[in-house]
Design a binder for this molecule. Structure first.
Ligand code: G1P
Ligand code: ZN
Length: 542
């Protein structure tokens, strides 16, 4: 039976870079999750008879909201829901299921790399029929609906047991609980040469994958250990937990420090990688080397043709604006398209659908291709393994060879977290006010060649997104970018992205700190970071 429940709008349900994200207690407010879910059901396009995919990263509150979402779907005329067993689906696996099953869309419950648990973060994101995050037009419509909502509909009866794979009914709706790994693993086998990777591992290629107690554990056990024959123990922290073992499931040098230490130490394996809470991010390491995500994107784009799924070559590359220009150099040399988009995977969807690009990436440890419409952590790991198996070189040799051929983009991102929101906004406003007079100004040896607030016109649908980050470019191509995070849940997070291009191989062995010192100092002079935020140092450098 359908029950209609009266409710009132919450003022703060505007989706950010990647859906609606709040602290768990905030989401636990009465009707909070239901309001947002009902707004999705009301605002998103849903052809009659179509299915919806539902799953999440397994964090605290995941299973509870999934059961509510199933009951609400049954009360909102959804014909069928496809749900990951125990409510689990990595974000790329959800994207794949939406595409393979030709679903109208999907509801993904995740706060990605943010910590979980009763005081951690939670999130709800809607993906559209192409498998990708809803574009701004759709998220705006959902938001608008949240602001006028007065009731929601829910099926008055329990959702089926999520632990049992199989099909059942809730009212008129079919509920199919699926193995979250099977279809995804099968897709990976179509893209990569599993035989070759398996042989390389059998011949001594060693690796470790840190699942960070998050969703990729079951995927990595199945693919790396079972299908590719890596020894048991290759996957670290492979059992998902609701609070990610108390850590941040964020694959970077700070939160995956034990893996980094292993790869830098005397017993390092040849290859190391980690993924995040919902499985869409990746960190790539080799013995003695951390590969920056921007470099990884460039190396993957330059070598993708070595994997069977990309043997015909790639159509083009897209990167988010703050991501380094390393990929641009690959595109230029290979005479393929390169696109610079605002931060957030949703901006890649149209380019991928139109066949303009095959590979996309963001500096925030996201890489992926047209196989799904999300970034995909294990995909990046498997493409790296396929390249290592084909080339028979070490990660360091491949990366250094890449720099020698294309030049090196020294790069670092500095995050100032939980900054006072007003102070952060004033800092950005102050920068924006000075943009017009920036060109020609000198800071030490650096001369500003261009300064703007990035705005993007989607080449496929013509939509325009403004205010996407302040760029200060110096002659010679060095660059400082300032923007505020759209995924944080407390105060504001200021991100400062610093980049210097170095064509000369004789200068490719500087430390990143050394290479970027003057730019880092200049970022503080221009942005008045210390003065305005009261912070002498960033919380995280990635
Ligand atoms: C961050 C990253 C961005 C990524 C997003 C979702 O967004 O910077 O590249 O797409 O998380 O994973 P931000 O917090 O910067 O808005
Ligand atoms: Zn993520």
């Amino acid at each position: 039976m359908i029950r209609t429940v009266a409710t009132k709008p919450f003022g703060d349900q505007k989706p950010g870079t990647s859906g609606l994200r709040k602290k768990v207690p905030h989401f636990q407010q009465e009707n909070y999750a239901e309001n947002f879910l009902q707004s999705i059901f009301d605002a998103a396009e849903r052809p009659a008879g179509s299915a919806l995919v539902i799953g999440g990263d397994g964090r605290f509150f995941n299973a509870e909201v999934i059961r509510r979402a199933i009951r609400m779907a049954a009360a909102n005329g959804v014909a069928k829901v496809i749900v990951g067993q125990n409510g689990i689906l990595s974000t790329p696996a959800a994207s794949n299921l939406i595409r393979q099953r030709k679903a109208a869309g999907g509801i993904i419950l995740s706060a990605s790399h943010n910590p979980g648990g009763p005081d951690g973060d939670f999130g709800i994101k809607y993906n559209i029929a192409n498998g990708g995050p809803a574009p701004e037009g759709v998220t705006e419509a959902i938001y608008k609906r949240t602001q006028g909502i007065s009731e929601y509909r829910i099926w008055d009866g329990d959702a089926p047991d999520l632990s049992v794979v199989g099909t059942s009914r809730l009212g008129d709706m079919e509920v199919e609980i699926v193995d979250p790994v099977a279809d995804y693993a099968a897709l990976m086998e179509t893209l990569f040469d599993f035989g070759k990777i398996r042989a390389a591992i059998a011949n001594g290629l060693t690796l470790r994958f840190d699942a960070m107690h998050a969703v990729t554990g079951p995927y990595a056990h199945e693919i790396l250990e079972r299908r590719l024959g890596a020894p048991v123990g290759t996957v670290l922290n492979g059992v998902p937990s609701e609070d990610f073992g108390g850590g941040h499931p964020d694959p970077n040098v700070v939160w995956a420090a034990p893996l980094v230490d292993l790869l830098m130490g005397p017993t390092a394996p040849d290859f190391g990688a980690a993924s995040d809470g919902d499985g869409d991010r990746n960190m790539i390491l080799g013995r003695g080397i951390v590969v920056t995500p921007s470099d990884s994107l460039a190396v993957l784009a330059a070598n993708a043709h070595l994997a069977p799924g990309y043997a015909k070559g790639i159509a083009g590359i897209a990167r988010s604006m703050p991501t380094s220009g390393a990929a641009d150099r690959v595109a230029k040399k290979r005479s393929i398209g390169i696109y610079e988009t605002p931060t957030g995977w949703k901006f890649f969807g149209n380019l991928l659908d139109a066949g303009k690009v095959t590979i996309c990436g963001e500096e925030s440890a996201g890489t992926g291709s047209d196989h799904v419409r999300e970034k995909d952590g294990l995909w990046a790991v498997l493409l790296w393994l396929n390249i290592l198996a084909e080339r028979g070189q070490s990660v360091a040799e491949i990366v250094e060879g890449h720099w020698a051929e294309f030049g090196r983009n020294y790069y670092q991102r500095h995050d100032y977290e939980e900054v006072d929101k007003a102070a952060a906004e004033e800092l950005m406003d102050h920068l924006r006010q000075r943009l017009a007079s920036m060109a020609g100004q000198r800071f030490g040896t650096l001369v500003v060649s261009e300064a703007d607030d990035f705005s993007y016109k989607d080449p496929i649908d013509g939509s325009v997104s403004t205010g996407q980050g302040v760029r200060i470019v110096f002659s010679g191509g060095s660059r400082i970018v300032f923007r505020l995070s759209g995924t944080g849940t407390v105060g504001a997070t200021l991100r400062v992205y610093i980049e210097r291009f170095e064509p000369d191989p004789a200068r490719h062995d500087l430390s990143v700190e050394e290479a970027l010192r003057e730019l880092v100092e200049t970022a503080d002079v221009i942005g008045e970071i210390r003065k305005r935020t009261g912070r002498a140092e960033p919380d995280v450098r990635t």
